[in-house]
Design a protein around this ligand. Structure first.
Ligand code: HEC
Length: 154
């Protein structure tokens, strides 16, 4: 999968947003920064949480490490998350250009038997885990706002 080269474009954007957030925190103090606030987490912490959720909610169909099973396609490894939906897909019709596109599909259709059983925030964490497992590391946590900047396929 062609995931690594593309990070060059989104990286600087993410870094600058992160720096803005840090600067505000420094000048105004961290008045409402509860330690359990998801936005306080690093990308690595988000990936860890997403990995645990993945194991409970997605692995039964997509495999313990996202390698795919007879029931569902791989989410990790060579050829995972292809831009065009392969002919054998029965549900997916959208292109996966960015992480936001993958999120849109997961938000509506996954887990396949009960899409509403996993919250949107949990799905973002799971997606962060899948990106990381595919070699994509972000400098700031993945959010619904920056997911469109994370380009998987040009
Ligand atoms: C009950 C089985 C099942 C579970 C549980 C499940 N999936 Fe899926 N998933 C599928 C199937 C089947 C497809 C293929 C859909 C199609 O044919 O278009 C799929 C497709 C996908 C795709 C698109 C992959 C591609 O290459 O087109 C993503 C992304 C995905 N699932 C993410 C998740 C996530 C994240 C979870 C956990 C929150 C999850 N799935 C849980 C069965 C499942």
């Amino acid at each position: 999968m062609r995931l690594l080269g593309m990070m060059a474009t989104s990286r600087s954007l993410l870094v600058s947003r992160y720096l803005v957030a840090s600067a505000l925190g420094a000048s105004f103090g961290c008045v409402a920064c509860a330690s359990d606030n998801p936005s306080d987490r690093t990308f690595a912490q988000q990936v860890e949480a997403g990995g645990e959720l993945y194991g409970v909610r997605c692995a039964e169909c997509h495999g313990d490490s996202g390698q795919g099973t007879a029931d569902a396609p791989r989410l990790v490894g060579d050829g995972a998350l292809p831009k065009e939906p392969p002919a054998e897909r029965e549900v997916r019709t959208n292109e996966f250009g960015t992480a936001a596109d993958v999120f849109a599909f997961v938000d509506e259709y996954m887990p396949a038997t009960a899409p509403d059983s996993v919250s949107r925030a949990e799905k973002v964490d799971i997606l962060a885990f899948a990106l990381s497992a595919n070699g994509v590391e972000l400098d700031a946590p993945l959010t619904l706002e920056n997911a469109a900047d994370v380009v998987l396929h040009e």
